[in-house]
Design a protein around this ligand. Structure first.
Ligand SMILES: C[S@@+](CC[C@H](N)C(=O)[O-])C[C@H]1O[C@@H](n2cnc3c(N)ncnc32)[C@H](O)[C@@H]1O
Length: 263
């Protein structure tokens, strides 16, 4: 086995990244291969990039706690407090709690889009767990195998109407080809753009859904406001996917939302 295959195999099998979509690891490795001469530098840059795109949102410990919280919900009274305890384990859903605020957010979104029968949740994290618990049918896609496993166990073990696929939105075939009523792209477009310039538009244009619901963070993970809302508003308004127009936009808590519908 050559040195490059050995290093890449080690990374694919590593404790930190063995749950991550292998296509993502190979894609980022190949991109860094073109940037660095030394394999050690390729390896370090790939690990750093992988942490930035997914590692920071759901740690292994949080994923394990989430599985326990889900079991407690399923075998208990299935209260909102138990559901909140599940959603609290992922950095992105945590920011939308308490649950009453999350319910109000979705009521606002569905007041504009109509209540969707089928939802596509791209770069979903564990958000489909909320959707399923509220009786909505959702299909998620994410590169985090840990998040995907949690969503799938909520679907198959506990009989909720959700499922998820571990796939990289920057690789061909990752966006499901079926028609959906609404597609959620929550707090992911800047991450996609950082991974490949132009990727956010390609992904938005490949979705077959009457409504796209897009969101952007307005604070850093540390909670600071550094002008992100204005920057992302300007970006969204100048990067509308072909054939779509802005039906509504609003800020809720730490997030800026856009609803894009066919024009
Ligand atoms: C900020 S979190 C948002 C999670 C969820 N959308 C939410 O708002 O609750 C970003 C998510 O994007 C996923 N992600 C990053 N790059 C991706 C890619 N290329 N393809 C699919 N998912 C990706 C990460 O694993 C992470 O779960």
């Amino acid at each position: 086995m050559d040195r490059e295959t050995e290093l890449l195999d080690k990374l694919l099998a590593s404790k930190k990244y063995r749950e991550m979509c292998p296509d993502t690891i190979r894609r980022i490795w190949a991109e860094n291969r073109g940037r660095y001469k030394k394999l050690k530098d390729v390896d370090n840059a790939t690990r750093e990039a992988l942490h930035g795109v997914s590692g920071a949102f759901l740690t292994d410990a949080e994923a394990a706690e989430c599985a326990w919280a889900m079991h407690a919900w399923a075998t208990g009274a299935r209260t909102d407090a138990q559901l909140e305890n599940i959603l609290n384990k992922h950095a992105s859903t945590r920011e939308r709690l308490p649950l009453a605020d999350m319910d109000a957010l979705y009521a606002r979104i569905f007041g504009i889009t109509g209540k969707p029968d089928r939802i596509l949740d791209l770069a979903c994290g564990i958000n489909p767990i909320y959707l399923g618990a509220r009786g909505l049918k959702a299909t998620g896609v994410d590169i985090s195998g840990s998040a995907v496993k949690l969503v799938n166990s909520f679907g198959s073990t506990y009989g909720m109407p959700v499922r998820a696929v571990c796939a990289d939105l920057l690789c061909p075939g990752a966006v499901p080809g079926e028609r959906f009523d609404a597609a959620l792209l929550f707090k992911v477009l800047p991450l996609l753009e950082r991974q490949r310039a132009g990727a956010a538009t390609v992904v938005m244009e490949s979705v077959d859904a009457a409504s796209l619901v897009v969101s952007f963070p307005t604070r850093t993970l540390g909670g600071r406001r550094v002008g992100m809302a204005g920057q992302y508003a300007a970006w969204m308004e100048s990067h509308l996917p072909r054939g779509r127009q802005i039906t509504a936009s609003f800020e809720a808590r730490n997030e800026l939302f856009y609803i894009l519908q066919r024009g």
